[in-house]
Design a protein around this ligand. Structure first.
Ligand code: BTN
Length: 334
């Protein structure tokens, strides 16, 4: 639910110039006094709002808080009904899964400014410190069998690529299967979880969980992760508006949601052209605790089902399904 303060900050961001208190009050259908109160509250939160007797208010700079007000300035108001923004949660995936089981509709989005139990793939944890990243989960409810939606995470990686490009101008690469990389550092990971209907085994819900490291230096990560993980700011030197990235991501995932079980060929094209793994020497690494020996080769293509085609050093070609591939010159598994 948007508060008056959220509406006022959205009006000021959209105006990009002076806007009178009267214009804001009539646009939002609230009193001038309510506008004044909201402006005061926003100033106390770090929004630099200048006022001039004849021209009204102008937003000079803002703290890029992750909140519904800022996100709403980049999306149509009707899209915000199913967008929830929280300051701190255990895991956005876990919470959205609970909402899905209570009947939340497709397109529901849960965003948090921090997570206390952020989950990564293969049971790993995902560092989610306050005020730096975007911890984001999106609910899909396709009428489909699980085998019809195996491409969903790869397509979501394309959505993240597109959203970062639109919001910041930065062209992140995709490390097969579904990490986003800038400057050889992992800046985003994706964890997709699916619930099946127990009788029909059709898909009941899919939660796409996306964690993007956006602002702050690499010091936000523990020392053992600093060679591997980075933030968009630490690799590009540019601080980004997390709310804008969130809004672009919602828009990109809405588009994916509408075509997921139809034609997704354009996603494969973008995926292949952004895939940093292609053309690189790779090692196919066995899972921990397995006694298989690592095999080496070159990644030559992404197949239509998003498996990776690898020419092994003995000349044979294999299609690799799982993510245990290490790329020479890039970080290992996290
Ligand atoms: C990985 O790189 O292993 C996947 C990381 C996925 C992290 C995101 S953050 C939002 C969502 N909630 C979670 O608990 N995990 C995902």
């Amino acid at each position: 639910m948007l508060t008056t303060k959220d509406h006022v900050i959205a009006s000021l961001i959209k105006a990009q110039d002076y806007i009178s208190g009267e214009a804001i009050s009539s646009e939002l259908g609230i009193s001038r006094a309510a506008v004044n109160t909201a402006v005061k509250a926003l100033r106390s939160e770090g929004y630099d709002i200048d006022s001039s007797t004849n021209k009204g208010y102008i937003l000079k700079s803002y703290p890029y808080k992750l909140n519904l007000g800022e996100i709403s300035s980049y999306l149509p108001a009707s899209r915000l009904d199913n967008v929830i923004v929280e300051s701190s949660v255990t895991s956005t995936n876990d919470l959205l899964k609970a909402l899905a089981s209570e009947g939340a509709p497709a397109g529901t989005v849960l965003i948090a400014d921090s997570q206390t139990k952020g989950k990564g793939r293969r049971g790993r944890s995902f560092k989610s410190p306050l005020g730096t990243g975007l911890y984001f989960s999106y609910l899909l409810r396709p009428s489909a069998a699980p085998s019809d939606v195996t491409h969903v995470t790869a397509c979501a990686a394309v959505c993240v690529h597109n959203a970062i490009l639109r919001a910041t101008g930065l062209d992140a690469s995709i490390k097969w299967v579904n990490d986003l990389v800038i400057g050889n550092k992992k800046i985003c990971g994706i964890l997709t979880e699916m619930n099946l209907e127990s009788e029909s085994y059709s898909v009941d819900s899919i939660i796409i969980g996306i964690g993007i490291n956006i602002n702050g230096s690499a010091d936000i990560f523990p020392p053992e992760l600093r060679d591997i993980a980075g933030t968009i700011e630490s690799v590009s030197g540019v601080r980004s508006d997390r709310s804008r990235i969130a809004a672009c991501l919602i828009d990109e995932l809405d588009k994916l949601s509408s075509c997921l079980t139809a034609d997704t060929s354009s996603y494969l094209e973008t995926y292949s052209s952004c895939c940093i793994t292609l053309g690189k020497e790779v090692s196919l690494v066995s899972l921990p605790d397995s006694d298989e020996v690592a095999r080496h080769g070159t990644a030559i293509a992404v197949n239509p089902d998003y498996t990776l085609k690898v020419r092994l050093d003995d000349g044979s070609i294999v299609d690799v399904k799982s993510g245990e591939v290490s790329v020479r010159g890039l970080y290992g598994y996290i």
